[in-house]
Ligand binder design. Structure first.
Ligand code: AMP
Ligand code: ZN
Length: 467
């Protein structure tokens, strides 16, 4: 079966292909840069990274836009408390987000765009909504009249038809019980920062930012729009109302939403205070790969309960997979080919791919890999694994790693020098001679951790640095 995704809009799993040519036009809501991003947010961004990588593995090109929300209620509040301008305040957290994303090996979207660079376009969009009769003014602010858009509620599958016209909400975030006309342009209050514009002084609401940036770069109809489930209402519902009122066309064909990372059954969030940043976890000695693996291992539509046991288990799994790869790369195997093992490798690869095609079922894809690793280790232990099967097994591991990206150890700050490598190799040879295999294995693992691969040959041990 072909690639398919669960679409929040239709509440069905549907086959996916882009609308135009071979390029997937995708928009994902990026972070609000008012603080360090926590690993709950990174669960959503990691899901989007797996999505990107799998779309590419399936032969598509990507045009992926991610926004940085750098003007918003919380940012304004925090910047004012620190007596900083908006750009001064947001720059630090934008940089931190980019660094953390890189540490987690999240591919950089083709375009990362800032809300404050698009104020003009937002004003134009609001004017257009105004001309079409979707807006009204109150106290200098401009609101969207949701009763003008009969399809309001089609994404969150709520019936808002009985809503009281004219009731308004100014805050960017609110819940279903508060569904009211939402703000497009906010008149300045007190000393809040604002922009002068044709529609008066003010600043954009959060929702108009995304509609405008998505359509500017990707056109009127996107292939995929994604975010966490908390964005379905009101944010994405409002994006649809704005964009479709302007274009009269479907705003996005597919809507993909990832479930929460929870801590003790509660959403990890800044406001609940139950959050960890990536920096917190690295400071405790966990690796970015372990965090990445943990976040990717649970299918994106299932809740993920964060525990330190889970994080430790992720680290152990990565270690096991690295050891398996090392064993394939460096052990000596008898000549020949084993057709059964070749078929075992093909079937694991098939199951891995079919699982990811099935709405990115990462847990099932990993199960296919683990069973394969277990079976091959068993064959190796009983000397039934021939050299002719190594290449296909390594290719499958590479395919796995092109999506999950956890096998390469993160570079340590201090690289290991050539002479240190030689010294450890000599020590390992001596340990082997003394039949101290525990020590020799330990040295091999230590070198691998430092990115050094050993190969034992008749002429002695050769080594190379991992690229
Ligand atoms: P924000 O910076 O709050 O706009 O959030 C950035 C992204 O993280 C959005 O797509 C949110 O839906 C997502 N998000 C926030 N909290 C969590 C969580 N605990 N688990 C998963 N995703 C989350
Ligand atoms: Zn958005």
């Amino acid at each position: 079966m072909a690639l398919r995704f669960y679409n929040t809009l239709t509440q069905q799993v549907e086959p996916f292909a882009p609308l135009h040519d071979n390029t997937v036009r995708m928009y994902t809501c990026g972070p609000t840069v008012y603080n360090f991003v926590h690993i709950g947010n990174f669960r959503t961004f990691t899901f989007q990274d797996i999505l990107r990588r799998w779309l590419r593995a399936r032969g598509y090109k990507l045009d992926h836009v991610m926004n940085i929300t750098d003007v918003e209620d919380k940012i304004i509040r925090n910047a004012a408390a620190e007596h900083k301008s908006l750009p001064e305040y947001t720059e630090k957290y934008t940089q931190a987000f980019l660094e953390d994303s890189a540490a987690l090996r999240l591919e950089r979207p083709e375009r990362m765009v800032k809300a404050t660079d698009h104020i003009k376009e937002m004003v134009h969009a609001i004017e257009e909504l105004d001309q079409r009769g979707y807006t009204y003014r109150s106290d200098g602010s401009v609101y969207y009249r949701i009763s003008k858009f009969p399809e309001y509620g089609k994404l969150s599958h709520n019936d808002f038809s009985g809503i009281r016209a004219g009731a308004r909400v100014d805050s960017d975030e609110y819940d279903k019980a508060d569904a009211r006309d939402f703000v497009l342009w906010k008149a300045p209050k007190n000393d809040e920062p604002f922009w002068e514009s044709e529609i008066g002084p003010g600043r954009p609401g959060w929702h108009i930012e995304c509609s405008v940036m998505a359509m500017k770069y990707l056109g009127e109809t996107l292939d995929i729009h994604a975010g966490g489930v908390d964005l379905i209402f009101p944010h994405h519902e409002n994006e649809i109302a704005q964009s479709e009122a302007i274009t009269q066309k479907p705003f996005s064909r597919f809507w993909l939403h990832s479930e929460f990372l929870n801590v003790e059954a509660q959403k990890m969030s800044k406001s609940a205070g139950n959050f960890y940043t990536l920096r917190d976890l690295l400071g405790m000695g966990y690796t970015p790969e372990a965090v990445r693996y943990l976040l990717a291992s649970v299918p994106y539509r299932k809740k993920l309960n964060f525990t330190f046991d889970g994080l430790k288990a992720a680290a152990t799994t990565i270690e096991r997979l690295r050891n398996f790869k090392l064993r394939l790369e460096t052990d000596k195997y008898p000549d020949g080919d084993n057709e059964q093992i070749a078929e075992r490798t093909r079937s694991a690869k098939r199951r891995f791919e079919e699982s990811l095609d099935d709405d990115l079922n990462t847990a099932e894809a990993l199960a296919a890999l683990f069973e394969f690793v277990r079976d091959l280790n068993t064959a190796m232990d009983s000397a039934e694994f021939p050299a002719g099967n190594v290449t296909a097994a390594l290719e499958f591991l590479d395919e796995f790693d092109s999506i999950f990206d956890v096998l390469r150890p993160s570079r340590k700050e201090t690289g290991i020098s050539d002479s240190e490598v030689e010294g450890l190799i000599a020590e390992r040879a001596a340990a082997k001679q003394n039949r101290d295999f525990a020590r020799s294995d330990q040295i091999r693992a230590q070198l691998l951790e430092a990115g050094i691969i050993l190969e034992d040959t008749k002429e002695g041990t050769r080594w190379k640095r991992k690229t």
